[in-house]
Design a protein around this ligand. Sequence first.
Ligand SMILES: Nc1ncnc2c1ncn2[C@@H]1O[C@H](COP(=O)(O)OP(=O)(O)OP(=O)(O)O)[C@@H](O)[C@H]1O
Ligand SMILES: [Mg+2]
Length: 469
Amino acid sequence: MRTQEKVIANNLDKILDNINEGIHVVNELGQTIIYNEKMSELEGMDKEIVMHKKIDKVFPSLNEENSTLLLTLKNKEIIKNNQQEYLNKFGHKIITINTTMPLYLENGSIWALEIARDITETKKLYNKIISLQEKLYTDKDLNEEDNKYFTFSDIKGKNKKLKQVISYARQAARTDSSILIVGDTGTGKELFAQSIHSGSRRQNKPFIAQNCAALPENLLEGILFGTRKGGFTGAVNRKGLFEQANGGTLLLDEINSMSKALQAKLLRVLQEGLVRPVGGKEDIEVDVRIIATSNKSPVDSIREGKLREDLYYRLAVVLLHLPLLSERQDDIFLLSEYFIDRINRKFNRNIKGLSDEVKEIFYNYEWPGNVRQLEHVIEGAINIISDDNYIKKEHVKPFLIDVSSNNTTQQIDDKKTLPEKMEKMEKEYIIEALKKNGKNITSTAKYLGIKRQSLQYRMNKYNIDTSEI
Ligand SMILES: Nc1ncnc2c1ncn2[C@@H]1O[C@H](COP(=O)(O)OP(=O)(O)OP(=O)(O)O)[C@@H](O)[C@H]1O
Ligand SMILES: [Mg+2]
């Protein structure tokens, strides 16, 4: 153990200098004790100049009020995903997302660690995507033929619970009220959202979906509300999704992952119908219907402090709860036939249907990925069937994870590739053989029917230490 620690300590600089995030650590006095190469590149400062000095002495513009590291030392609170923009020593604009956190030492003192992610390239890409999106939604003359969104006729199922939800959704399509769709992954949240849009008076206006979990807060804010010149260095005038979706529907996916500050801003839009772009001085009136989704129970999200209660009431004017596929087993065969039919046409095949044994497996399976998983299992099975016959057990087994088993390694193993799995088996088999042969290399090699060198090579490769087995 001691030697391991030594190796780590001796190589820490090498490790830190070879990662693509900037790392900066200061001690309780605010003096730099770790400053890796990426941080030096990002901030345009030489490591020698920064090390062992108090940061406000080295960075003249920083002080106890605006330095995230010094603030963290003082407040002992984590500052998450804070966007910073600056010019480095070559005059290039650098955009980083920083997270700063306190480090608690055994002797009671506190240091601070800052991790900076360079998102300059990501931001460029993001700008490109926004421009393209803008073009897409403003240039396109949306008319009925262009409307390729799902409609209520695409929602398949006879189950009572599902039919009830469909009937609520149909009614909701006639109004402008906000909607919250709650359902596990693959239960059809987007399908419902699109169907409501297609069935509403907004059908010839844009339908835009945005995932709220995929982006850092500041980027999402810019995307949703737009930006105005001067909002932050380099900001340009750009329409947000609210403006782009004007007259139409905006789907906000995974609303429970949106930051509380943005939730407050969203609440204001819902209450007043006004949007204030980032850095803008004036409000813009928008007419957008909001459909939000969550794959977690909103009550739990409120309890955990992830979802504002006032926003929840504003959104859940219409609340649609989509059932799990395992709660509507009566629909499994109907959906299977529907997907087989669709995939038959797509691949020009003539698969007859599910065999009885597969029907039984499907009926008893938990379907953690719900309808999407069923669709993929059928597509996967059809891909490996050589003749146009019934789908059999061996065609579907590889795609079904055993969720009822508590053996988590088993589940993770299922995702491994064949070579990874074989290597794992090889390693386990060698360890077993070593144990059986009293850890003697020569007799273990004999037992395994391989050369001594070959066994040693494998032991090295798999990091097998005989003192540990
Ligand atoms: N009742 C249904 N009838 C036909 N197809 C369905 C039904 N429910 C879901 N699907 C299909 O299953 C797939 C997943 O649906 P969808 O993308 O709407 O799920 P989701 O709830 O948004 O999932 P996620 O939370 O992972 O985003 C889609 O291909 C959709 O068309
Ligand atoms: Mg979805």
